[in-house]
Design a binder for this molecule. Sequence first.
Ligand code: NAI
Length: 243
Amino acid sequence: MTSKQAVYLVTGAAKGIGLATVKQLASRAKHVVMNVHRPLSDDQWAALAAQFPNVSQYVADVGDAGQAETMVKAIVAEHGRLDGLVNNAGITRDQLIMRMSPADFMTVLQTNLVGTFNVLKPALKQMQRQRNGAIVNVASVIGCHGNVGQANYAASKAGVIGLTKTAAKEGARRQVRCNAVAPGMITTAMTAALPEKVREQALSEIPLNRFGRPEEVATAIDFLLRQPYLTGQVLTVDGGMMV
Ligand code: NAI
């Protein structure tokens, strides 16, 4: 399987790190399916499709196991295989533990952790059948270190890391690899929503003295998809924040 024949799926790909990853992979792959929660606007889609004719969009909520499985099956039915999965879809509902509602705790777990499992399970099954494939889950440095106001998010991303290491062990017998990236502070809608004070504080803790770009996470994801002897790893992409 050469890179030119590869078929990839990136979840939560409408913007941010997911969209940058779609573009990175589309420049070398046969086909990239971008999963979106809501369809792109006609203008957004026209611009993307003009630049990358080998990209298609698939609308599904990764938090719904049935939709996730149907999506993976549809890709395999159309393209005959699935070589790489990037589990990128994620949300935040920040609040101190004392004020966090059970609903907000569960909503974040449902998308970030259960959603990752929902897509990973049918993809792993297909890749094991092929005896080839690679999965990259998007975790976070918060999943390794915790953060004030992000108990739900930290728990979900810590779970993603445990899931990654387990999938790596289960997939290895059939040459399926599974790794994670743990981004630090990346300039996307997710970090734009943070209060200015929080962003300034975060910046002061980054030795490289800037937030990362989505494209910089995308190149790390691409590396993990391609590197044939790496599995079960968590690659931190954080400008030295957690060194
Ligand atoms: P973003 O908010 O720009 O993108 C998240 C995407 O996930 C959106 O396109 C959204 O529609 C999609 N999504 C949400 N729920 C979904 C669902 N149920 N089904 C399908 N798609 C869904 O955020 P960003 O920053 O690009 O985040 C991407 C990933 O990177 C997330 O998993 C996030 O937790 C992670 N991350 C981001 C960091 C940052 O600093 N921006 C740092 C560490 C991790």
